[in-house]
Design a protein around this ligand. Structure first.
Ligand code: 0GY
Length: 290
């Protein structure tokens, strides 16, 4: 792995949809800058720098107010780049860390002080070497108050994830709805299984994100919209939205973030749903003390 990749659009359109005041982009990342925050030796991709200045410029361009920065796998368990971006945000960013399961209580408290409110467990084999469920459960049992667990997996392993998820003692957020095949439609096998998971606990949340990853037809993302809109309507208090900028591993697509924002009013069709999705829900999870 030698070439550094660019996975984001250099000139995203300005969305037609205006997010409500205080809107939160609740799934985005920062990469580097490498000179200051080197990538992990175990990184499965090596991106160009995409630091906080670019992230906050995009936030403003899209009409958002806040970010939740999720530690990307290319930085391993060194959360310095994420913490640096949060520190530069004037309180307008919070984060989700990736931690070594042996992390001490003192280190967890330091992450909390730096604006981290959750840990991410990544089960994608193309992104991480291993995902030890027993160690993940152990660390999930000793997170600071108010934290949650974010889980990233694909639909083909949902069944084997259910017992693990059932045993997590804090709220759970599932990335990108567990990556269903949206071409199956809202009542297809993957969405039906995912709804069953949501119904198994009332504190499982999900990010209704990534039409660019989930809808093979691309814009205007008709299959994504058809599959996701009923989910938004049925679970309005448990949904989050994010750009996924800088779109790790999407170098063949370069999603237009303005187009992604314009999907929002098509999956959350009332002002109330939009406010829940973009303000009420992420604020409850990430700025609970505000
Ligand atoms: C995403 C998706 C991906 C990558 C990561 O941490 C990461 O590297 O999350 C992916 O490649 O599907 O949510 O950012």
């Amino acid at each position: 792995m030698t070439d550094r990749i660019t996975s984001w659009h250099s000139n995203p359109s300005r969305p037609k949809f205006t997010p409500p005041p205080g809107a939160v982009d609740a799934h985005c990342h920062v990469f580097g800058p490498q000179s200051q925050f080197p990538f992990s030796p175990k990184a499965k991709y090596l991106p160009e720098d995409a630091g906080p200045d670019k992230l906050f410029a995009l936030r403003d361009h899209l009409g958002f107010s806040r970010n939740v920065i999720v530690q990307a796998s290319c930085h391993g368990t060194d959360n310095s780049a994420t913490l640096d971006a949060i520190a530069r945000s004037n309180g307008m960013a919070r984060g989700v860390a990736v931690v070594d399961p042996d992390i001490s209580e003192t280190e967890l408290e330091a992450l909390h002080d730096g604006g981290i409110r959750g840990v991410r467990f990544n089960f994608l084999k193309r992104l991480v070497d291993n995902a030890p469920k027993d160690k993940f459960l152990e660390v999930a049992g000793r997170l600071p108050d108010g934290w949650h667990v974010v889980i990233y997996f694909e639909a083909d392993i949902l069944e084997e994830m259910t017992e693990f998820i059932d045993n997590i003692p804090v709220p759970v957020v599932i990335d990108h709805m567990g990556r269903p095949d949206v071409t199956q439609g809202p009542n297809g096998k993957d969405m039906t299984a995912f709804r069953k998971l949501l119904d198994s606990r009332d504190d499982i949340w999900t990010k209704v994100t990534c039409p660019d990853r989930l809808d093979p037809a691309g814009p205007p993302y008709a299959d994504f919209i058809a599959a996701v809109r009923p989910l938004v309507e049925d679970y309005p208090t448990r949904i989050l939205w994010g750009t996924d900028w800088p779109h790790p591993n999407m170098q063949d697509v370069l999603p237009d973030d303005g187009q992604l924002v314009d999907v929002i009013p098509q999956i959350a069709v009332t002002e109330k749903l939009q406010h829940q999705l973009l303000v009420d829900n992420p604020m409850a999870l990430y700025w609970a003390e505000d």
